[in-house]
Design a protein around this ligand. Structure first.
Ligand code: LLP
Length: 438
């Protein structure tokens, strides 16, 4: 079937959609809807693929860091620890969650373009290994807090290599005009490097870049790696500084639609590896310890969201609307970015596709017209209250971007592993939603 866009999807003899071999109709009955499902076996496979590919391409010092903004909750950090991954964290909330389950924070890299003094202290007190520093003010602030503590903090400097990754604007970060990082092109990257080297409580371990997200073109990664390596050679020549680490960021694309390309992680990492090795030889640089920061490509295809269909509204001459029991509160990505998704009926998957179809907007239940999960979706004309609807590839940036708008409680996260399922995040109750109110 064309819509089985990832190999963990299938349809069973009852014509029910399955994820990781498990019947989604039974899972919806057991856990209720709306429901986030995450295929843990798939997540572990992605981690192992990155780990193996990076070690083969860049040697034993290489380490993938899971960009945990893609999906952050306790169990995901346990899995990352078990798989031997590092992590990228961007807030005290993510640090706290990882710390709560004993993730070894010396393998954590703390991002953000505007860390407050309180954030810096919080992260240092919990032993976060690396700060990825965005700008000069932040360097001063980290130096000040480290000097007050009498410690030396390892840092990477976030640089912008000036590359347009050809992705949608909201996730494009590697060009010069960006709120992130210091640009190589304008000389600010060199300035900040020279300055960082003068600060006694900072240890400059190396450099970081991240050009964008949902990128399929390997050439984007090759070009940014080349710019970064050339900058490293320049810093060696001009300032006698040799970077030990180079972090190439995340951004590998995933399939939301059947027409999206398949990005082969192992092949892409290998290609980047060959090019980095060759350039290091050419520039006379020792191979730095390489980091990559995959988020989406670790968790997206492991995920699916299940909803129950409610109202079906056919407006003759206009659009048809299929309303579900979730919406922009559990998945704001269409509202924010017009992100495409594959939407299927999970309780009669192949039969539904064989029937006469209509086009509809799949919408949520917020008091807001923009509360749309997807437009122009093909559904059988018989779609009705009680049908189970699945949105595929929701493992990344869905739960982590969810909100309580309209005080709608968040769905639970259920993990699928080895033919079993278990709750990783409980369903919120209406009482949970007002627990901080005084
Ligand atoms: N490293 C850095 C510094 C990043 O800013 C990001 C993503 C990543 C790694 C991970 O990128 P990934 O492998 O997931 O593409 N909310 C948006 C995505 C924002 C991405 C932000 N940074 C979305 O839903 O598409």
């Amino acid at each position: 079937m064309k819509n089985m866009i990832c190999d963990n999807l299938s349809v069973n003899e009852k014509d029910h959609l399955c994820l990781g071999g498990q019947d989604t109709v039974l899972l919806a009955e057991q856990y209720g809807t709306p429901l986030y499902l995450l295929d843990e076996d798939r997540i572990r496979l992605q981690c192992r693929t990155y780990l193996r590919a990076m070690r083969e391409a860049f040697g034993e010092a290489a380490l993938p860091l899971y960009a945990s903004k893609a999906a952050s909750f306790k169990q995901i950090y346990r899995i990352m620890q078990e798989e031997g991954m590092g992590i990228d964290v961007v807030s005290v909330g993510e640090i706290c969650t990882a710390h709560a389950v004993g993730f070894p924070l010396e393998r954590a890299y703390f991002h953000s373009n505007n860390k407050t003094d309180a954030d810096i202290l919080y992260a240092m007190e919990r032993g976060v290994g690396y700060f990825v520093v965005d700008n000069r003010e932040e360097l001063d602030a980290i130096e000040r807090v480290a000097s007050e503590k009498g410690s030396v903090q390892k840092i990477l400097l976030r640089l912008t290599p000036g590359i347009d990754p050809h992705t949608y604007e909201a996730v494009s970060t590697g060009n010069v005009d960006s709120k992130f990082g210091s640009a190589i092109e304008t000389g600010q990257a060199e300035e900040i490097t020279a300055y960082a080297l003068t600060l006694p409580h900072l240890h400059l371990a190396g450099f970081h870049c991240h050009v964008g997200s949902q990128v399929f073109d390997a050439d984007v990664f090759l070009r940014s790696a080349e710019i970064m390596l050339r900058f490293m050679a320049e810093m060696r020549d001009k300032h006698g500084y040799l970077a030990e680490e180079l972090d190439l960021g995340g951004g590998f694309g995933v399939r939301y639609l059947a027409e999206d390309p398949v990005m082969n992680i192992a092949d892409t990492v290998k290609t980047v590896g060959e090019s980095v090795q060759a350039l290091c030889r050419q520039l006379g640089l020792p191979l730095p310890a390489i980091r990559m920061e995959p988020g989406r490509s670790i968790v997206a295809e492991a995920g699916m969201t299940l909803y129950t269909v409610g109202t079906v509204k056919q407006i003759p001459g206009y659009k048809n609307y299929v309303s579900v029991d979730g919406g922009m509160t559990d998945n704001p990505r269409f509202a924010l970015y017009r992100s495409p998704y594959t939407v299927l009926l999970a309780n009669r998957t192949e039969k539904a596709e064989a029937e006469e179809q209509m086009r509809c907007s799949v919408v949520g239940r917020c008091c807001e017209s923009g509360d749309i999960l997807q437009e122009n979706v093909k559904m059988p004309k018989t779609v009705a209250r009680g049908d189970l609807l699945a949105v595929l590839t929701t493992g990344a940036y869905n739960y982590s971007m969810s909100s309580n708008y309209n005080r709608i409680p968040r769905p639970p996260v259920v993990m699928l592993a080895g033919g079993e399922s278990y709750l990783a995040v409980k369903r919120e109750t209406p009482e949970d939603v007002c627990r901080n109110d005084l």
